[in-house]
Write a protein that binds this ligand. Structure first.
Ligand SMILES: [Zn+2]
Length: 253
């Protein structure tokens, strides 16, 4: 019995040692879980590692018991810097009625096909006519909508040619072989006013990878350095946020 108690306290001590004090203090202030099967403790109520259908997360009172049941979220709780509140406006603004947007989209699709596979030029032109993208009548921040690329950006054709090795550089699971038959579309050029988005404020390419009509992955690449900043593998529900070499974040299901 004594041995068990010693082992338990050693185990608890070990856990306590591994948790940075900063993280523990933040958890004591605010501690969130996804009660619908989540496995981690979060300090950010809208943690980006959690699928948006489970947001906002549920606040719970922090206790040592929770540490035994849950692991700590590497994205918010164990992050070096506490997550700042996003600077984006809280409420999206209606740009165009849904009916009108659908009407214009249908018209453009007659000429350019499935809107999901439009390239950056068609998307930029569409935005300048409709004021928004085909599937988003509400927009948080207009500065994040696609525009035509800056003159000094890496050309779309060049970035398209590098897209598969760039995506593969995130990990061996994305061997170039697996992607080589995918259709690569340079979908958008974005240049938001602020850096709460995963796009560079000096310009990023959004590139999508397609297996016939199914999107398999999408990636953001800095349009001036050519370095990717984000990759999402759709069938795996996994994202890599940051330059290649970062660990993937699985969305909680
Ligand atoms: Zn989190």
């Amino acid at each position: 019995m004594i041995l068990v108690i010693i082992m338990i306290s050693a185990f608890t001590a070990c856990i306590a040692e591994e948790i940075p004090e900063e993280a523990l203090n933040r958890l004591k202030e605010h501690c969130y879980i996804n009660p619908d099967g989540g496995e981690r403790l979060h300090t950010d109520q809208s943690c980006r590692s959690v699928h948006e259908k489970y947001l906002p997360l549920t606040e719970v009172e922090f206790s040592d018991e929770l540490l035994k049941q849950y692991s700590l979220c590497p994205v918010c709780t164990l992050a070096d810097e506490p997550q700042e509140e996003p600077a984006a406006p809280a409420d999206p603004a209606l740009v165009i009625s849904e009916a009108e947007l659908n009407r214009i989209t249908a018209e453009w699709e007659k000429q350019y096909g499935d809107y999901r596979k439009w390239d950056y030029q068609v998307n930029a032109a569409f935005v300048s006519e409709a004021g928004t993208l085909p599937d988003t009548p509400y927009v948080f921040d207009k500065s994040v909508l696609p525009i035509m690329p800056d003159e000094d950006a890496i050309p779309a054709e060049e970035i398209a040619g590098k897209a598969i090795p760039l995506a593969a550089s995130y990990g061996s699971r994305l061997a170039e072989d697996a992607l080589k038959d995918m259709q690569v579309i340079v979908s958008q050029y974005r240049k938001p006013d602020n850096d709460v988005y995963l796009f560079s404020t000096t310009g990023s390419w959004l590139i999508s990878f397609w297996d016939n009509d199914n999107i398999v992955a999408w990636m953001y690449v800095d349009a001036h350095t050519g370095v990717p900043s984000f990759l999402n593998i759709v069938p795996d529900c996994i994202s890599f946020q940051g330059e290649p070499g970062v660990e993937g974040i699985h969305y909680e299901e």
